[in-house]
Design a protein around this ligand. Structure first.
Ligand code: DSN
Length: 432
């Protein structure tokens, strides 16, 4: 095992895997993590995901399992469900989805019949694969129609590249969807559930809010809570919520039975109770006052980052951010620079992020003209607005001097110094 890994002697029986985990640990703590859907979970969450709960089969739900020996597991899952309900003010919670994609699939399965129409955000305007991408099974089972964002605007009084609610209403009226999906995977503005609810009510549709990205901001009071407004809210537990990798669903009591049946036996088999225990820990952590401060810092950092990126000459989709991410349009910075090349150059120099399509991107989703950058992980590591300005400068220098080995070497050194000053796991043995 690498000297830098804090994950102990149990892995020594498999040196190959131990080495890889150690190397990944080193990568995470010595490079800057800007992927908007990632975070650093707490040591307690790491411990629960590595616990003996992984040994247990518990198909079913607390009090109604298909296997014996679930007395303790029932308590674990009940605790996680109760904490999720309390955190989001929900009537019902299902903590079994293995991922956000599964949570979305289950919600569709619970609320729709095959062939029903769903109105959701366009993928290239910020929607998710499970919002009806032709590549996703969702589009093979249900009929998806889409809405997008308004055109870019130079007029400060006309907000550009924000959800076009006139289009949402027009599409809802003409397509008569059974379900409207609010929520996105690459949208840097607040998503208010209220106007979606109004439109859904006008056309007699149900409303689902995909809160995969803002779940932690919602828990921490830095984004409006859609739970009382939407019929069903799906989310992931590993992004801004800072828990283990996984999904969850909260909903009104009237949909509880359908949602539960859609997850099991509809979509999944045995739940991952070690992950559910870790979700319970994350829900408790997110209810603490310090998590409110964290959520506020994530947003403040993203705003500072946005300003500093603009100083570097980058155009931001919608002109800025209200949440944990910014979407950079690289074309005004350098018309020849694609998202793919930018991601690769940054990666080689210790800055981890992902390429992303921008609205109406002329390039393919594999190449793209944009980068998506998020502040959730490095805020957990303790970075604040000053460090965000430094990272924006490092990004600008890396991409401007991407063929200059000396300039890139200087960037890599500064990245290493910055990461050494903000270790995400300072209490763990072997961490830097
Ligand atoms: N891949 C997730 C994200 O990065 O937003 C969504 O599935």
């Amino acid at each position: 095992m690498s000297a830098g890994s804090p994950f102990g002697a149990w892995l020594e029986s498999d040196p190959e895997v131990a080495r890889l985990i150690g190397e990944e640990y080193e990568r995470q703590v010595t490079t800057i993590q800007l992927i908007a859907s990632e975070n650093f979970t707490s040591p307690a969450v790491l411990a629960a995901t590595g616990s003996v709960l992984t040994n247990k089969y518990s198909e079913g739900y607390p009090g109604a399992r298909y296997y014996g020996g679930n007395r303790v597991i029932d308590e674990v899952e009940d605790l996680a469900r109760d904490r999720a309900k309390s955190l989001f003010g929900a009537e019902h919670a299902n903590v079994q989805p293995h991922s956000g994609a599964n949570a979305n699939l289950a919600a569709y399965q619970a609320l729709l019949e095959p062939g029903d129409t769903v109105l959701a955000m366009r993928l290239d305007h910020g929607g998710h694969l499970t919002h009806g991408s032709p590549a996703s099974i969702t589009s093979k089972i249900w009929r998806f129609v889409d809405y997008g964002v308004t055109p870019a605007s130079d007029d400060p009084d006309v907000p550009g590249e924000v959800i076009d609610f006139d289009q949402v209403r027009d599409r809802a009226k003409s397509e008569q969807p059974k379900l409207i999906v609010a929520g996105s995977t690459a949208y840097s503005r607040t998503i208010d559930a209220e106007p979606f609810r109004q439109i859904a009510d006008e056309v007699g549709a149900l409303l689902m809010f995909d809160a995969a990205h803002p779940a932690g901001l919602i828990a921490g009071g830095a984004h409006p809570n859609p739970v009382e407004i939407a019929d069903v809210v799906t989310f992931t537990t590993h992004k801004t919520l800072r828990g283990p990798r996984g999904g969850a669903i909260v909903c009104k009591a009237e949909y509880a039975k359908k949602i539960d049946s859609a997850i099991f036996p509809g979509l999944q088999g045995g739940p991952l109770e070690h992950v559910i225990a870790a979700k319970a820990i994350a829900f408790e952590e997110a209810a603490r006052p310090e998590f409110r401060a964290y959520a506020a810092s994530v947003v403040a950092n993203a705003k500072a980052f946005a300003t500093a990126l603009q100083v570097e000459g980058f155009r931001l989709v919608s002109g800025g951010t209200d949440n944990h991410l910014v979407l950079v349009d690289l074309r005004p910075f350098d018309a020849k620079l694609t998202g793919k090349v930018a991601q690769e150059v940054l990666d080689r120099n210790g800055i981890t992020c992902n390429r992303n399509t921008i609205p109406d991107d002329p390039r393919s989703p594999f190449v793209t003209s944009g980068l998506r950058l998020g502040t959730a992980a490095e805020t957990t590591a303790g970075m604040r607005e000053g460090e965000m300005a430094t990272i924006a400068q490092l990004i600008g220098r890396t991409l401007r001097h991407r063929d200059d080995a000396k300039a890139l070497s200087a960037v890599s050194e500064e990245v290493a110094e910055l990461c050494a000053a903000f270790p995400p796991y300072p209490g763990l043995v072997g961490s830097t």
